[in-house]
Write a protein that binds this ligand. Structure first.
Ligand code: ZN
Length: 449
């Protein structure tokens, strides 16, 4: 009987290192097997050292089958979905088509160009279907903390799968581009065998707040500041940069972009219209000395305390920008990315010790909203897709457990909620059955950059 195996090369119980292989194995024609890849992200070493270290997915499974890869699609531009692309492509050493939304493609293309990989990422427009080998894919635009995010309905020879990567259903998105809920319902009219769904928000009741609620926070924090304001967030959080630029303009502040990743990302976002840059408001980082402290905002990379990031250097006194007692640092970064909390804690302590005011989530103010849907959004997706099986992704065991409880409240039976143990991967059979007989040990590889 024909079958399809889904291998999560960064493990199913992982928030980061997203790389999924949909491996179709036709009965009796073992050499005609085909692999579709979804995402190619990096992760963080999960130890308690004071620096965040990068790790890539284990791709030995793919290296052994590299000529079977029909193509790769990228869901969105977050590092844990595209960040390992250069290393993985070099390891595989074969060419296959790579597709992504316009914004994701631009973000990933820069990574390939910097690694001197000549391949060009192809742009997939919303509503455009795509055939890769025996797989047919339909992209569906969804809201997340980054524009240009796609879910995919994937038709395979044994049935359809819904790949529901990181999402929330933001009903008031800052860019006015809504989730294509109608499209999810339309594409799910045909039976869907399994829904792979983001589950990181499964512990949270209700709906995730909209990104737009932070407008007020930025306005208030910048209004109250007496000296320089440093704002840090994930470098690709364009919504946040746009909000910081707008609030700074309101109080006559010039803005400097500090750090390579933030300059690079803001450039892409402004070229694609996601950030409105007023050239007169921007100030070169070499000229910030000429601007009075209370007229200056610095958008600075390194909110996750990555090794060598600008913020880590500023905090450690190793940057030309030195901390002043009148400075205010705003951490508008996610509260939960495994492998980063000890390093972020260290960073906050360093800044506080030097006398700066530091504003961060634990102080109780809403400085960040999650890009991941809470229980009601997860339930809505489960309802719309109505798949036979549910396979939570993008969360750890605690999130997967809560997702499973939610699904069982909605009438799903235990054998329909797939929670594979570490190293076990589901095989879906043409008759609709599933088993976990396929085992694979994974060894994430440190990324030395
Ligand atoms: Zn994401």
């Amino acid at each position: 009987m024909n079958k399809l195996r889904i291998v999560a090369l960064g493990d199913f119980a992982s928030v980061t290192s997203n790389l999924f292989a949909y491996h179709f194995l036709p009965d009796g024609k073992e050499n005609n097997d085909q692999i579709l890849l979804v995402d190619c992200g990096l992760g963080f070493v999960q130890d308690d050292t004071p620096e965040t270290k990068l790790v890539g997915p284990d791709v030995d499974y793919l290296v052994k089958r590299k000529n079977k890869i029909a193509g790769l699609v990228l869901t969105h531009g977050h590092e844990d979905h595209i960040g390992a692309l250069p290393e993985v492509l070099i390891q595989l050493g074969v060419n296959f088509p790579i597709w992504a939304s316009k914004l994701t493609a631009a973000m990933a293309q820069i990574k390939l160009d910097e690694a001197r990989i000549s391949q060009k990422i192809k742009i997939l427009a919303p509503g455009q279907s795509l055939s890769l080998g025996g797989f047919k894919l339909y992209p569906i635009g969804v809201t997340h903390s980054l524009p240009g995010t796609f879910h995919f309905l994937i038709e395979t020879p044994i049935g359809s799968f819904y790949h529901g990567t990181d999402f929330k259903f933001d009903l008031n998105p800052p860019d006015g581009i809504f989730s294509e809920l109608g499209e999810i319902a339309r594409l799910s009219r045909k039976p869907v065998l399994a829904l792979l769904s983001d589950c990181l928000g499964a512990e949270k009741k209700g709906y995730s707040p909209s990104e737009t609620i932070l407008n007020e926070m930025f306005d208030q924090e910048i209004k109250k500041a007496k000296g320089r304001v440093f704002i840090t967030a994930i470098s690709s959080n364009f919504y946040r940069w746009q909000q910081a630029l707008k609030a700074s303009a309101e109080y006559g502040r010039k803005v400097a972009l500090i750090g390579y990743s933030i300059r690079k990302n803001v450039k892409i976002a402004s070229e694609q219209g996601y950030v409105q840059l007023n050239r007169k408001q921007l100030v070169d980082d070499r000229k910030i000395k000429n601007i009075p402290d209370n007229k200056l905002t610095l958008l600075i990379a390194g909110g996750m305390a990555q090794v060598g990031s600008s913020l880590a250097k500023v905090a450690a006194g190793k940057h030309k920008i030195k901390v002043k007692k009148t400075d205010k640092f705003i951490f508008s970064s996610p509260d939960y990315i495994p492998g980063t909390s000890a390093a972020i804690n260290n960073l906050i302590n360093n800044l506080v010790e030097q006398g700066a005011e530091v504003v961060y989530e634990d102080l109780g103010e809403e400085l960040h909203v999650s890009g991941h849907g809470s229980r009601q959004e997860l339930a809505l997706l489960i309802n719309l897709v109505s798949a036979k099986y549910l396979l939570p992704i993008g969360g750890e065991w605690r999130h997967r457990r809560q997702y499973g409880l939610l699904a069982s409240q909605m009438g799903y039976l235990p054998n329909q909620i797939l929670l594979p143990k570490a190293g076990a991967f589901p095989t879906f059979w043409e008759n609709g059955q599933v088993d976990f007989n396929f085992q694979l040990g994974l060894n994430p590889k440190p990324l030395n950059r």
